[in-house]
Design a protein around this ligand. Sequence first.
Ligand code: GDP
Ligand code: MG
Length: 329
Amino acid sequence: MLARVLGKGTPPADHASPAESADPQEVPLTAAPADPESQRCGYVAIVGKPNVGKSTLLNALVGQKVSITSRKAQTTRHRITGMRTVGPTQFVFVDTPGFQTRHGNALNRALNKTVLGAVNDVDLILFVVEAGQFNLADAKVLSLLPANVPVMLVANKFDLVHRRGDLAPWLRSMQERHPFAEFVPMSAKAAKDIERLFGICEKYLPQQPWMHDPDDLTDRSERFMASEMVREKLFRLTGDELPYTSTVIIDKFEEEGSLKRIAATIVVEREGHKGMVIGEKGEKLKRIGTEARQELEKLWDCKVFLELWVKVRSGWADDDARVRSFGYE
Ligand code: GDP
Ligand code: MG
């Protein structure tokens, strides 16, 4: 079994690899028309320190990319909801930027506020940690969670745990930290684990009619998705050099039949950062544009014409670099 429902004080007995489990109860991943009487619908918040895999998990649960992921910490700055209707149950997910525990600046304070706002009125909290690990940053996040909402411990990146037997004492120690409702060792990158997670979460959602169309995956605007996608490619392709304060602004978003025409500006802090984004002969910027465009075309199933500009926050003038990533190549 992927998840063990542990009563208080029950030590986890065995922790078979989720991949090896043979639970016959498969969760259908398509929304079947359910009669309103039997429908469930509720909010699930995904919390945890940066880089534990929250966005990866959210995207896998939603089945589409609605949150950007990166090896660089702090890439998620907005509260993003994704939704997924599985059988009679509609899950509305809330991604959070991760509690920022290291720096006390205004941006981080704002991030923490978003997180706290996100967890107060949910039905279930998925507290994500890396399997076998728990440090001060994890503890800080855990200490901020409300007491009246069930919290599930998601021990993510289980695939990276080589000696799985070592996980049992760790799970026991975790039991003492919080009255977790469930313990779920899993990998956000394993489809089977994601399916199981739906089944485990389901019972925590109240019986009530769906709030969204069962085919909807996000309530975020297409404009927002476009800027997030460019931001993801920006951070992925510039590695650790570029400060996370760089932002993406959508200047134009127009639809012409089945074509979407988008112009966006990457705003960087310093002149020196511009070069990192543009790259040699504009190669980097071109790649950011192409990859973002391809993902958006996949997401929306239409042609996208994406034009990217780079500007330095102060004094943006006529030397602004520009790249076009055409919908037709
Ligand atoms: P967030 O900051 O918590 O949202 O973390 P992200 O979702 O951005 O993921 C951080 C990094 O961990 C990325 O490089 C992911 O690919 C990686 N990651 C996420 N889940 C897993 C997992 O289950 N196994 C492994 N090996 N890597 C993972
Ligand atoms: Mg994230």
